[in-house]
Design a protein around this ligand. Structure first.
Ligand SMILES: NC(=O)c1ccc[n+]([C@@H]2O[C@H](COP(=O)([O-])OP(=O)(O)OC[C@H]3O[C@@H](n4cnc5c(N)ncnc54)[C@H](O)[C@@H]3O)[C@@H](O)[C@H]2O)c1
Ligand SMILES: O=P(O)(O)OC[C@@H](O)[C@@H](O)[C@H](O)[C@H](O)CO
Length: 465
């Protein structure tokens, strides 16, 4: 940025973030800036796989613009809660910050696929990243773990050694029971390296579960230009997000936390109803639109939703999801599912947010396990067909088949297995793909037949003009 516009003084680092992407900047960093005690809570944010985002943000003193993009127009706000942006490969700095007694919270947005989990939600020791990091951790001080979980385990060992006390790890990825997932991944890796560290983590680290929501597509060059034109300064790291935002958290913060509730965050005892409402209705519809929409020639969420066939598929899935959602939380709070559905349609129709289906389609095997499988399993259990949820899986099956035939790479942690499944003949192909999402469902002949029939009806169409 060409001028100093730091909206708050530089706060001391008390939060460490892993996964410095678009979402962290539009969500957790925004909430931290808007907490009543923001001057006490600075964030040191580490990138995942490349140093670029840290270099870009460091070049402008950590400051960046959140462009809130509504139906009617844009508003701009400079956010200053990220006080340090670091290359994720700098594991020394990460260990130093996590070992510091002042550090109280670690937040994560490293994507669903980065946890290295099997379909049953446990750490997968055969995952190449997990296996390699275990070797690195066992190599001692010269080891260089490369996955976020391996780096975090390494840094927690430094905190244990420093006697710096307990802290909270707050998973902000779109995963069911995301606190438990983060715990399984971190404790699972620690156990395989050093059981005493695993025991220390068990006793000292609180894994907080969250439901996180704010549609934040990848920033484009046009977004950078729009900020320059509207604000009169050059920001190389702006982020564009919808006006809506939501954060529900459940768990303990043994070393304290910012007053995120001042910015609208909600703390609950029973997070599951909120989590399912968001993951099934919002993210489920997104995944359905990502595969069916692309097969029908659309490129963005808003375009796909304007197609009556896609809208009907979403409504069909939502009816099934709603039948299996709790309408109220344990404390009696009404989750207002019908109103939530209406609001979602309006959010998806915000055509000024160009949310690309290709981005949502990535890592489908991990996402569909949480977005389609639970609804389909519940529908089958209730003696119903589960055609809406099966439709989402069928769209993914047809999408994988079309991409494979066209020689396009599928970005997914199971890309090799997907390619192998797609090489099989008809019914075996569908069964093998369903098995990648959920083994028991793949043994249910009725489910496989239903998915196969629906998938046969989804054929690739020419891109819409
Ligand atoms: N973007 C949204 O609208 C949104 C909304 C709610 C939740 N989320 C959650 O946040 C996550 C990140 O979204 P984003 O928009 O910031 O994405 P992004 O691509 O902008 O950033 C992702 C970050 O994670 C790192 N990363 C990605 N894959 C990794 C891997 N396999 N190993 C290590 N690091 C990896 C990247 O390097 C980057 O730092 C999503 O996957 C989702 O779980 C996103
Ligand atoms: O971010 P992912 O890859 O988990 O999923 C893609 C979208 O469904 C997601 O980013 C939503 O836009 C977001 O969860 C809205 O809060």
């Amino acid at each position: 940025m060409s001028r100093t516009v730091r909206p708050v003084p530089k706060a001391p680092v008390r939060i460490v973030h892993l996964g410095l992407g678009a979402f962290h900047r539009s969500h957790q960093a925004w909430y931290t800036q808007h907490a009543g005690d923001a001057p006490d809570w600075g964030i040191a944010a580490f990138t995942g796989r490349r140093p670029d985002a840290a270099a870009s943000l460091s070049g402008q003193d950590g400051l960046y613009t959140v462009v809130e993009r509504g139906d009617e127009g844009d508003t701009f706000e400079v956010v200053g809660s990220i006080v340090e942006a670091v290359d994720g490969a700098d594991i020394g700095r990460l260990a130093g910050l996590i070992a510091a007694p002042g550090t109280a919270v670690v937040t994560l947005t490293i994507t669903e696929a980065a946890y290295g989990l099997r379909a049953d939600g446990r750490l997968d020791p055969k995952d190449p990243g997990v296996a390699d990091d275990l070797q690195q951790l066992k190599a001692g001080p010269d080891g260089m773990p490369t996955t976020p979980v391996g780096r975090l385990v390494n840094a927690l060992a430094a905190r244990q050694a420093a006697g710096a006390g307990p802290l909270a790890v707050v998973c902000c990825d779109n995963l069911s029971h995301n606190g438990t997932v983060a715990r399984n991944a971190v404790v699972g890796m620690a156990e395989a390296w050093d059981p005493r560290l695993a025991a220390w983590i068990d006793a000292n680290v609180s894994f907080v579960s969250t439901s996180v929501d704010r549609i934040t597509p990848r920033t484009t060059d046009a977004d950078v230009e729009a900020v320059t034109a509207a604000c009169g300064y050059r920001d190389n790291s702006p982020v564009v997000a919808e006006p809506f935002r939501n954060w529900v958290l459940s768990g303990d913060f043994p070393a304290g936390r910012p007053r995120w509730e001042d910015a609208g965050a909600v703390f609950v005892d029973d997070i599951e109803p909120y989590e399912n409402r968001k993951l099934w209705l919002l993210n489920g519809a997104h995944s359905l639109l990502a595969y069916l929409g692309q097969l029908r020639g659309h490129t963005t969420v808003a375009e796909a939703l304007a197609d009556p066939a896609c809208l009907a598929a979403v409504e069909r899935f939502w009816d099934e999801a709603e039948a299996n959602l709790s309408g109220a939380a344990a404390d009696g709070a009404d989750l207002q599912i019908p109103a939530y559905r209406v609001q979602l349609l309006a959010r998806f129709r915000n055509a000024r947010i160009a949310h690309h289906l290709t981005q949502i389609a990535m890592d489908g095997s991990t996402k569909l396990r949480m977005r389609a499988v639970p609804v389909l399993a519940a529908e089958r259990e209730a003696g119903r067909t589960g055609e809406g949820a099966a439709g989402m899986i069928a769209a993914w099956v047809a999408f994988c088949g079309a991409a494979t035939q066209e020689g396009q790479a599928i970005q997914d942690p199971l890309a090799g297995d997907i390619a192998a499944a797609c090489a099989l003949p008809g019914p075996d192909r569908v069964r093998a793909l369903v098995a990648l999402l959920n083994e028991p469902l793949s043994q249910d002949g009725g489910t496989v037949e239903l998915v196969a029939t629906l998938a046969a009806g989804f054929v690739r169409q020419e891109a819409q003009a």
